[in-house]
Every structure is written in structure tokens, then in C-alpha cells.
Design a protein around this ligand. Structure first.
Ligand code: DX5
Ligand code: ZN
Length: 230
């Protein structure tokens, strides 16, 4: 019988609060509260076109003062027009939607040329096959676990099979999960292989955001893989 040992995945767990539930009138003061116990800030950019909601553009991103990396999730059409502007505004990573881009590979290259980390997003209904040829060129894949556009929606567990497939085939890829993440769903996502947890309502609307983040980190500690030993 094969012996099994348990090995931790080397990918660190990253907790990234989404700014979607933030106080936009007082963003910097607001973010200061979360900065000490969070890793990245997830900036949801919406154009009222690709998704039925508006948020903010590069001018507002440029005004964000934080020590944490800004993870810009562009839910916008024709992202190539704005990649450089977001990079100049201070983005550390830029993730676009495969359905929103006419020239996906060129956009990935454009992101990388700015020095930002490049990501592609899978909507809940988008199959992994749609991005498979781009996977070797990506720093990360964002798996949407709700329909893009609004915070506070219910987690869709059916997307986890895509996370599992990605982790199995790309052990070193950063896999981000976004939408409906809380203490319980974080556990499912991490077990499936996600290592970047975006959470909006669960952290920002929590009376004790530090505790909420601790719960997400605790889910991250279950980040174990079983490996058959020879
Ligand atoms: C939805 C956004 C998410 C959202 C997450 O389009 O991409 O980042 O803000 O919010 P919660 O955690 O409330 O689902
Ligand atoms: Zn997002």
C-alpha cells in the first residue's frame, strides 16, 4: 500500500479585502484601519457597461495611500485602453475579464510590460477551456464565485471544480477567489486550491474586521495537500 504524507502547498494565503463596501468619501482613513492585518487591497473597477454598476477609475486609485499592494480587478470593456493608466495609478496586479478583451494575449503582454502582475478572470459560467492557452503566461487567475457587479451575493460552490482543476494542473499559479467569501466558504475555496481570498462584505461590514480576517487565515491553515510517497 502506498504511504501518504501531508505537505503544505507552498503558496502563501493572501487576504484581500474588496473596497466595494468601503467608504469612498473617506477612503484613505478607512483603509488605514484594515492595513495592519490585511495583505492586499482588492480594487473593483466597474464601467457600467461590462457590468451593470459603476465604481472608480485610475484617478481615484492614484489617490489611494497604502503600504499594501493594490489588486485591480477590471470589470470593464476594452481594458487595453486603461491598463497603463491603472499601472501608473499604482496597481500591483491587473486582472481583466476574458470576455471583455478583443486581444487577450496582447493585453496580458501589455499588463506585464507595465511591471504589474497579470491575471485573467473566469465568470461563474465561463469554462476554464476559454483561458487554457493563456494560462502559461499568467501570474494569476481570478475565479468569480458570484456574478460580477455587486457585493453581498451568495457564494456559488459549483465554481470550485474550476479551482480544483487549475490547482491540479498549475500548482504554482496564484488562484484568487472573489465573491461571497466568509469563514465557511473560505474553507471550501482553500481546500479546492485557492490561495488569494477576496472578501468584501464579510470583512468591511463586520463589527470586528480583524477577527473576520483571522477566520479567513484559519481557513488558510487547512491548506494541505496529500501526496503519495514512493
Ligand atoms: C463583485 C466583486 C467582488 C465583490 C466581493 O463584482 O468583484 O470583489 O466586491 O464582495 P463580497 O465579498 O461581498 O461578495
Ligand atoms: Zn472583484
Amino acid at each position: 500500500m502506498a504511504k501518504f504524507s501531508v505537505k503544505r502547498i507552498r503558496k502563501p494565503i493572501i487576504i484581500a479585502p474588496s473596497l466595494l463596501g468601503a467608504d469612498y468619501g473617506n477612503l484613505n482613513e478607512y483603509l488605514k484601519k484594515f492595513e495592519p492585518f490585511c495583505d492586499w487591497f482588492h480594487v473593483d473597477v466597474m464601467d457600467g457597461n461590462f457590468v451593470p454598476n459603476f465604481t472608480l477609475g485610475p484617478v481615484v486609485v492614484a489617490g489611494i495611500k497604502t503600504k499594501r499592494p493594490l489588486d485591480c480587478h477590471l470589470m470593464i470593456n476594452s481594458p487595453h485602453l486603461y491598463i497603463e493608466a491603472f499601472a501608473k495609478a499604482g496597481a500591483a496586479s491587473i486582472t481583466i475579464h476574458v470576455e471583455a478583451s478583443k486581444h487577450v494575449m496582447a493585453d496580458i503582454e501589455k499588463i506585464k510590460k507595465t511591471g504589474c502582475r497579470a491575471g485573467l478572470t473566469l465568470n461563474p459560467e465561463t469554462p476554464v477551456e476559454k483561458i487554457s492557452k493563456f494560462l502559461p503566461h499568467l501570474d494569476m487567475v481570478l475565479v468569480m464565485s458570484v456574478r460580477p457587479g455587486f457585493g453581498g451575493q451568495k457564494f456559488m460552490p459549483q465554481v470550485l471544480k474550476k479551482v480544483r482543476w487549475l490547482r491540479q494542473h498549475y500548482p504554482n499559479l496564484d488562484i484568487e477567489i472573489d465573491g461571497g467569501i466568509d469563514g465557511k466558504t473560505a474553507l471550501l475555496a482553500v481546500k479546492a486550491g485557492a490561495n488569494i481570498l477576496v472578501a468584501g462584505s464579510y470583512i468591511l461590514k463586520n463589527k470586528n474586521p480583524r477577527k473576520a480576517v483571522e477566520k479567513l487565515r484559519a481557513a488558510g491553515k487547512t491548506n494541505l495537500q496529500t501526496k503519495a510517497c514512493p
